[in-house]
Design a protein around this ligand. Structure first.
Ligand SMILES: [Zn+2]
Ligand SMILES: [Zn+2]
Length: 358
């Protein structure tokens, strides 16, 4: 969307463009809902109730399709309607216009005063700042021009859910894409034999029913391929603790660009998206560790304290601080049977742990 529209001086033009844009953003979601309802009708009513003659086969089809649909619909609506977490107030910085202090100096002073942990910097080595939101961008946060705000751990803006895929809803998005894949494959496999019959013995009751089953399979077939590719790609990203944006533009951390800057071992990478409980990882509930604005670095990276604004973090009882410190401790733990990922990620020096606990 052309940003000139939003910066127009004509309020009427601005309002019309804004209404149109808001309306247009919901079209893909309406399309998904309409297609889903049609496929549901074709599968449940036409295929299962009217065509399948074996009762056991019908029950199996109906049970599986409803379980998959329940997971598909719940993950979809959570991906669409999850409101992204607000960036904490301590990141807010309004630079006084008449100040003799430069913006970067003001940001540095503010970051030190608020004890912000900022590993990621701009290509010129400065603190990342969003002048629209007037906030210091936490690591992995980016400004979304569609949502018009800064989003924590932003992956990309997805028009199919009219929302950013980011820290708050990334798990729901990945689950939605993968449940879409399973449901499409299930429909194609169970509906394909009836499509074959259309062109052979014609046992179906009417042309109307024929084309519903055929249309259902032809709709699901391309979606099964596209969701497979998208689903595998995002599972790969989750395994790397990376994002779509970081794949194309690796974050600048500690003086160098590294798309594995936040790699902390494959098991813990997955846990940062799906949580540590394997069973809860498959259902759309929020069970992730972390807070979305402070991230543990890949232990392979240098731990140059000059690049951290808060190298000596005080120990407190707050949830956030406890979490960050415990993560750092976990990254430096000695080899144990439960910490194989930390070993795989090549643990850094223990001195770093000491400084964090001072
Ligand atoms: Zn912003
Ligand atoms: Zn967005």
């Amino acid at each position: 969307m052309n940003s000139d529209i939003w910066e127009s001086d004509d309020p009427r033009r601005f309002r019309i463009a804004r209404y149109f844009f808001c309306f247009a953003r919901w079209i893909p979601i309406a399309l998904i809902v309409v297609i889903t309802l049609y496929v549901y009708y074709a599968y449940v009513v036409v295929l299962c109730i009217q065509q399948v003659e074996n009762d056991i086969q019908r029950i199996v089809y109906l049970v599986f399709i409803h379980i998959l649909l329940l997971m598909y619909a719940s993950t979809f609506f959570r991906a669409v309607f999850t409101w992204h977490a607000i960036i904490p107030h301590k990141y807010t910085y309004k630079h006084p216009g008449n100040s003799t202090v430069s913006l970067q100096e003001g940001l540095l002073e503010h970051a030190e005063r608020e004890e912000l942990i900022l590993h990621q910097k701009t290509p010129t080595g400065e603190i990342r700042y969003c002048s629209k939101c007037e906030i210091i961008k936490p690591d992995r946060a980016h400004h979304c021009t569609v949502c018009n705000r800064c989003i924590l751990r932003m992956d990309h803006h997805c028009p199919w859910i009219n929302n950013c895929c980011a820290y708050s809803n990334y798990k729901y998005f990945i689950l939605f894409v993968n449940y879409s894949f399973f449901i499409c494959v299930f429909i194609v496999i169970s509906g394909a034999p009836y499509c074959v019959l259309i062109f052979t013995n014609d046992p179906l009751d009417s042309n109307y029913q024929k084309y519903n089953i055929l249309a259902m399979v032809l709709l699901c077939l391309p979606f099964s391929f596209s969701t497979a590719m998208l689903g595998f790609f995002h599972i790969y990203l989750a395994l790397q603790n990376s994002s779509t944006m970081e794949t194309s533009h690796p974050p600048l951390v500690l003086g160098k660009r590294d798309k594995y800057a936040f790699f902390i071992g494959r098991r813990r990478n997955l846990e940062s998206v799906f949580g540590s409980n394997m069973f809860l990882g498959f259902i759309p509930i929020d069970n992730r560790p972390g807070n979305g604005y402070e991230f543990e670095l890949n232990p392979k990276l240098s731990t140059d304290s000059e690049n951290l604004f808060r190298p000596h973090r005080p120990v407190t009882n707050s949830t956030d601080n406890t979490n960050v410190i415990s993560n750092d401790i976990r990254a430096n733990e000695p080899v144990t049977s439960n910490n194989t990922d930390a070993v795989e990620a090549d643990s850094p020096v223990v001195g770093e742990q000491s400084s964090l606990l001072n």
